[in-house]
Design a binder for this molecule. Structure first.
Ligand SMILES: [Zn+2]
Ligand SMILES: [Zn+2]
Length: 222
């Protein structure tokens, strides 16, 4: 049995199939230093050191990252932020209210230990509905903020983008606006524009975007 056949068998027992082998420099060859593998369950691919093939389990990095992103997104939400990105060490967040970016250690995310940005309890806040026009794309964005204009300038939109405010409702506290936003989000949760569509245009706030056809319906319940 060649070493690679043996490794194929081990990989298969852990739910992986070896697609290719490389040397240390990533060149295809016969010294089997690295393997490109595909997961039989999720179909994701990754490259590992051949010596790691004997590890007890071989975790899919893509699935693991997606699970972390999910966790961080929920944690960010609870502290009043949009999740932007993470690496092995830090997470980048953007305040839902004003758009200010914050970088925090990932342990703070898991412990919900991130200080809120716009915490002022007694400031008038607004629920807003805007239409964003960029290139050929048109979509609505719903959110809440104490400073809507400042917030619009912090989505990270391209310079050519136009933001047209369609509706605005005032609330006596940040909390009241935030709660209304959450209710609205629940009402339209299955009709939002997929973040893959909005992400090319925005650095943050890619969720809670809706097709322009929903404008009347959203305005009616604002
Ligand atoms: Zn996976
Ligand atoms: Zn803020």
């Amino acid at each position: 049995m060649t070493i690679q056949t043996k490794h194929q068998t081990i990989a298969a027992s852990k739910g992986w199939v070896i697609l290719d082998s490389f040397n240390e420099r990533g060149e295809k060859g016969h010294n089997y230093k690295k393997y490109k593998m595909s997961n039989l369950g999720c179909g994701h691919e990754m490259v590992i050191h051949a010596s790691n093939i004997n590890n007890r389990t071989i975790r899919c990095q893509t699935c693991h990252n997606e699970a972390l992103t999910d966790k961080y997104t929920k944690a960010a939400e609870q502290r009043g932020y949009d999740y932007v990105s993470h690496d092995g060490k830090n997470a980048t967040l953007s305040c839902k209210c004003c758009g200010t970016q914050k970088v925090t250690h990932i342990s703070n995310m898991l412990n919900l230990n991130v200080s809120e940005c716009c915490t002022a309890k007694n400031n008038i806040s607004y629920l807003y509905l805007i239409e964003i026009r960029v290139d050929d794309a048109r979509f609505l964005k719903l959110g809440s903020s104490r400073l809507p204009e400042y917030r619009y300038s912090n989505f990270g939109l391209p310079k050519s983008a136009r933001v047209i405010e369609i509706g605005r409702a005032a609330f006596l506290t940040r909390q009241a606006a935030f709660e209304r936003e959450a209710e609205m989000k629940a009402i339209f949760s299955d009709r939002n524009v997929r973040p893959e569509f909005t992400a090319p245009y925005m650095n943050n706030g890619v969720h809670e975007c809706y097709p322009v056809e929903l404008v009347e319906e959203i305005l009616n319940v604002m």
